[in-house]
Design a binder for this molecule. Structure first.
Ligand code: SF4
Ligand code: SF4
Length: 385
């Protein structure tokens, strides 16, 4: 069985190994098969050499975080993320029934049906009050008040805030902060209409590309045809900027061109005066902001006026969150995170600090390790005069 990967992309790898230091799974295991070069060699062996798709091959594909740090390091511009997504799409029908059922529950039943996700979130909030949800899950404290208070859209909007699925259910306060900051610039933010929920990023990550395409079409249809689409989740923003490639239509390409990460959009507006807070903020670059959207500088631009910014000395290595990776690969995810947490603490020094993260998955993953994490939108809101 072939993987049906674009052969030009597959043979573009010259096996130079320059991507190895940028790969978090290679850094924690030291294994060639856990490196980008090793994974590409495994894909080539299956597609070009007739090797079987066996358990070892599947494990090698599953252990990748799809962080795309290797793409930035690669002198041959190998589109590793797209290769990995396509390889996982081929693996999908061969997954064990138990896994396919779990994915059906999560990806096909809950995430695309926002009402159901919100109902389950209410139950989760009750479970939190009963202390039935361990802190190690990193779930933010779910607020009943926030859940029952919808977000407000302005009349005659000139910009739109994409609200998504999990983030709207679990981190709606970040959206509220983003809306407040957007209004402080003089903008009139609107919200998506019906079915403007899940963007399909997690589905793509898991190899469910048909479902991702269906969700992408719904998201595009949920928003008016003009005006910037601001996204305060780096993973969602990266996926939405790629709708043009995913759907291969002029409409999708035009939509993708309108998508901006929250900080990217804010940095394009007239600077907002911020109160210097004296708080130390360690900036964590989510992979999909840094390696895919290349918008990490905007976070520094919007926070600089209010905070003491500190850089992490690890060239933007992944934190180990990676979509559902912390659930599917818990030990590797924890090992990758441990490196990141050490790097964050080393950067911060002895005093108190907050981590700024523009991605909800990274925020929860790092919070589960005991760090205080806030979204740039919340930090900007707090520093408004
Ligand atoms: S996407 Fe990330 S984890 Fe996967 S091979 Fe590339 S650098 Fe390694
Ligand atoms: S840097 Fe690029 S060409 Fe070199 S081994 Fe990695 S993927 Fe292949």
């Amino acid at each position: 069985m072939k993987l049906q990967l674009p052969e030009d992309d597959l043979v573009a790898c010259v096996a130079c190994g320059l991507c190895l230091p940028a790969c978090p799974t290679y850094r924690v295991t030291g294994l060639e098969i856990a490196s980008p070069r090793g994974r590409i060699a495994a894909m080539q062996a299956v597609q070009l050499g007739g090797a079987p798709i066996d358990a070892e091959f599947t494990a090698a594909m599953d252990a990748c975080l799809v962080c795309r740090g290797c793409e930035v390091a690669c002198p041959s511009s190998v589109p590793f993320g797209h290769l990995m997504e396509a390889a996982r799409a081929t693996l999908q029908p061969r997954r064990p029934a138990q896994r396919r059922f779990a994915e059906w529950l999560g990806y096909r039943l809950v995430l695309p049906h926002h009402g159901l996700l919100l109902a389950l979130t209410w139950l989760l909030a009750v479970a939190q009050r009963l202390r039935l949800v361990p802190n190690r899950f990193g779930l933010p404290r779910l607020s009943f008040r926030s859940l029952r208070t919808p977000l407000d859209a302005d009349a005659h909007p000139d910009v739109f805030l994409f609200t998504g699925c999990v983030m709207d259910a679990w981190q709606r306060e970040v959206h509220r902060a983003a809306l407040t900051v957007m209004r402080a610039t003089g903008a009139r933010p609107g919200l998506p209409g019906v079915h403007g929920g899940c963007c399909g990023a997690l589905h793509l990550h898991a190899g469910l590309d048909d479902q991702a395409r269906a969700l992408a079409k719904q998201v595009i249809a949920s928003l008016p045809p003009e005006g910037p689409v601001v996204v305060d989740s780096a993973g969602c923003g990266a996926a939405m900027k790629d709708y043009g490639r995913l759907l291969d239509t002029d409409g999708a390409r035009a939509f993708s061109a309108r998508v901006r990460d929250f900080s990217e959009w804010l940095a394009e507006q007239a600077p907002l005066p911020l109160r210097p807070s004296g708080t130390t903020v360690v900036v964590q670059d989510p992979c999909h902001l840094r390696h895919v959207q290349h918008a990490e500088h905007a976070v520094r631009t919007v926070l600089r006026g209010g905070y003491q910014l500190v850089e992490i000395d690890d060239d933007g290595l992944c934190c180990g969150a990676g979509g559902a990776y912390s659930v599917t690969e818990p030990s590797l995810s924890a090992a990758v995170r441990a490196r990141k947490v050490d790097a964050i603490r080393a950067a911060a020094g002895d005093g108190p600090f907050v981590v700024a993260s523009a991605n909800p998955g990274c925020a929860m993953h790092l919070a589960a390790a005991g760090l205080t994490v806030q979204h740039p939108a919340e930090l900007v809101e707090e520093a408004l005069p």
